[in-house]
Design a protein around this ligand. Structure first.
Ligand code: GLC
Length: 744
């Protein structure tokens, strides 16, 4: 529809119809019978039936049959036949589930992230999703926060920029109305990952400079690459909740970044500004949110029940209302919904695309590149398939709950477990299985179940059962040549509202490992988790340690591909793993302080009881190959504004195993007008090496890479000396010095 026609449509709309476009409700209200909907969600949401048939969008209802039913039902009662928008949380896959986003980021491979994202939206689009609440690009430094599992860039702003762009391109393509594309909604704006003490929804308070330097770049990258929508976060930004923060939404987002798309609040976040204590009631919340620039009120009745009065009282101009409505009509038009309200969904396409053989094969390959090999003593991995008896032990040894907590549309049927995958590779006769322990004890799982609205469980004779499981595991382990232990977090221990003050593996699982280690057999540990954990007690008792996160539908098969060497692991951590939870937040690009911990002098910045550095650093990950770095050369030690320099390094694979290596380039600004981090990732290259192959890798250093936000909030480079570091992670590097001068 041409823009003029949209404007005509806008002119025909009543004020109620306009306000309806700014309201989003959960889609199931349209699937319930009239009585249940009236006495249920409409009652709790205090929404009228009329308003229900004027809402502009619904969330988390997809599927060809449902979409058609809901759209038909809605349009039959819509005076102007303005179609509904269907929005969804397809965070790491739809029916085919891919690794959780933090794992995808650990591939350090744009193609891996692109393909996981592309297949996800092809499946979700075949089921009618118009808008996807992704990418989540919040920078994260504190693994007490459960949502680190969703962060595609982890603790680094540059990775966040790169993968934000990659995901928006994958979701939206050239035209969001085309088959296999949809609109991306970047979230959570802004700095939600900096919640104090890692407690979800908690206060965020930082200087604008810090915000611009670290937290803003990934959102900005998504916006500059055309993200159609942005979601406001639950947290405050310098004392004002994001959803009612005019500086954040009007000054920064609209004026400075030029964002033309739709701003949607997070789930009831506008109403929650009352609890924050910045709005006395819903009417004030409606006023502050619309004035700040939120277009859609997700799952609260604040706009539905109060915007009309505000406009009639002249407190909110009709123009402001029209601007918001026009943005929503524009997106619906871009999606082609006026011509085809069902989008690209139809049942035969669903049958063909969802969890297709192609998608599963792709998932198996892509997933293997997200794993991070953390330890491999005496190259115990890869295992050979010759007749070795393997004791496959642990609560994740035969468990399908490996999809992560956002896999809400997944098909949980036929998910291969590790036991299936190992038996497929080795034959059933060579795999001895024992559960060994539960993931959590009753006292640990019940608070989670109750918080989910479920009933607490009671494990009769729990201690007795634990003893029995342990004894079985020991018996099985005694008969085997090697132990493969599959342990981790419960999938509901990471994700939204999953903050933890203790980020270790549960005690019952640690006990299992402790008892197995007494057998003095080799142990390979496979870790299923959504966040960096404190792993000291695990790592010290295991010979090999493979971080697989929550790997998704094909995860078990991908794991055996890596364990048996069909795939050489190549992942690198995008978040530092702490020595202890007391180190959180911990990140590699820290400031040196005036008393860096470089010796054992008492009066330095350190802890008395643990080492200062991380347990596993940002960028770290082992390979079955052995990569050596040498001959770092710089094209000139003097760089100027228009004369970038290059650095080259030789990387050689000193092994007969082909593999991929992520060569990382970091820069340090040695002296500047404000303190600068000890190093910052500025580029990386993931390269494939044949056995014994040596490559010369070249990076360009540009003036842009040296810029930072100074005390006057100018984004500029300053003259002076810099260090460039090249290496396989943020700690093991070789370095060179160079000087930057503005003039040649
Ligand atoms: C949730 C999450 C957000 C999600 C939204 C819709 O509370 O914070 O990431 O997209 O609500 O489900």
């Amino acid at each position: 529809m041409r823009k003029e026609k949209l404007l005509d449509l806008l002119k025909q709309m009543t004020r109620e119809e306009k306000i309806g476009q700014l309201v989003q409700v959960a889609g199931e209200v349209f699937l319930m019978d009239n009585v249940s909907v009236t006495t249920g969600p409409l009652k709790s949401l205090e929404l009228s039936n009329e308003m229900l048939y004027q809402v502009g969008s619904i969330l988390n209802i997809v599927g060809s049959e449902k979409i058609r039913k809901v759209q038909d039902e809605y349009l039959s009662k819509s005076r102007l036949k303005i179609p509904l928008l269907f929005m969804a949380d397809v965070i790491n896959g739809y029916r085919t589930v891919f690794p959780i986003p933090i794992a995808q980021g650990c591939s350090w491979d744009k193609e891996v992230v692109y393909n996981c994202t592309k297949i996800s939206i092809q499946e979700a689009g075949a089921s009618g999703a118009n808008v996807n609440f992704s990418p989540m690009v919040d920078l994260v430094r504190d693994s007490r926060w459960g949502r680190v599992m969703e962060s595609i860039g982890g603790e680094d702003p540059y990775l966040g920029e790169v993968f934000a762009k990659t995901m928006v391109e994958a979701y939206q393509g050239e035209d969001i109305s085309k088959l296999g594309n949809a609109a991306a909604c970047v979230k959570h704006f802004a700095a939600y990952g900096a919640a104090e003490a890692g407690r979800d929804y908690n206060t965020v308070d930082m200087s604008e400079r810090e915000f611009r330097q670290y937290y803003l770049p990934a959102y900005q990258s998504a916006i500059e690459n055309g993200a159609e929508m942005i979601m406001t976060s639950f947290n405050t930004i310098n004392g004002i909740p994001a959803s009612v923060n005019p500086w954040l939404l009007r000054e920064l987002l609209r004026k400075e970044l030029g964002f033309q798309g739709i701003v949607i609040s997070d789930y009831s976040a506008i109403e929650e500004t009352i609890a924050h204590g910045v709005c006395k009631d819903k009417k004030e919340a409606a006023y502050k949110a619309i004035m700040a620039g939120v277009d859609i009120d997700m799952m609260s009745n604040v706009y539905a029940n109060h915007l009309k009065d505000l406009v009639e009282e002249g407190k909110v101009s009709e123009r402001l209302l029209d601007e918001a409505v026009l943005r929503i009509l524009t997106l619906k038009n871009k999606l082609g919904l006026f011509e085809n309200p069902y989008g690209n969904t139809n049942e035969e396409r669903e049958k063909k695309v969802l969890k297709s053989k192609h998608n599963l094969q792709a998932a198996r390959k892509l997933t293997a590149d997200t794993f991070v090999l953390l330890k491999n003593e005496q190259q115990i991995l890869p295992l050979n398939k010759e007749n070795k008896k393997i004791a496959l032990i642990g609560p994740y040894a035969d468990n399908i709950s490996i999809l992560g907590s956002w896999s809400i549309f997944s098909d949980k049927s036929k998910i291969p477990t590790l036991k299936h995958a190992f038996e497929e590779k080795m034959g059933t006769q060579n795999i001895l299985y024992a559960k060994g322990s539960e993931i959590l004890e009753e006292k640990e799982i019940n608070p989670i179940l109750i918080a989910d609205g479920g009933k607490p469980i009671h494990i009769e004779n729990e201690k007795e059962k634990q003893k029995q499981l342990l004894e079985e595991a020991i018996e099985v382990a005694k008969q085997a040549d090697i132990i493969v232990l599959a342990i981790g977090e419960h999938y509901r221990q990471s994700g939204e509202a999953c903050s933890r003050a203790n980020i270790e593996i549960s005690q019952i699982q640690q006990n299992l490992l402790n008892e197995l280690s007494k057998l003095k057999k080799k142990i390979v540990t496979i870790l299923f988790n959504g966040r960096p954990l404190v792993l000291k007690n695990i790592a010290e008792k295991t010979d090999a340690l493979l971080e697989v996160w929550f790997p998704g539908t094909e995860g078990a098969n991908s794991i055996t591909d890596v364990i048996f060497g069909d795939v050489n692991p190549s992942g690198k951590l995008t978040m530092s793993f702490p020595q202890a939870v007391g180190q959180c937040p911990i990140y590699y690009n820290y400031y040196n302080t005036g008393r860096p911990h470089i010796n054992n002098y008492r009066y330095v910045s350190r802890y008395q009881d643990i080492p200062t550095q991380s347990y596993y650093p940002f960028g770290y990950g082992l390979s079955y190959s052995k990569f050596e770095y040498s001959d770092l050369k710089i094209s000139s030690n003097k760089m100027s504004k228009n004369n970038p320099i290059t650095v080259t390094v030789k990387v050689k694979n000193y092994s007969n195993i082909p593999g991929k290596e992520v060569i990382q380039m970091y820069i340090q600004d040695l002296v500047a007008s404000i303190v600068r981090p000890v190093k910052e990732l500025k580029s990386f290259k993931k390269e494939y090496f044949r056995p014994w192959e040596e490559k010369q890798i070249t990076f360009e250093i540009t003036e842009e890479m040296l810029k930072f936000w100074n005390e006057k909030l100018e984004h500029k480079a300053e003259e002076g000396e810099f260090k460039v570091f090249i290496g396989s992670n943020s700690e093991d590097t070789i370095e060179e010095i160079f000087e930057y001068r503005e003039a040649n």
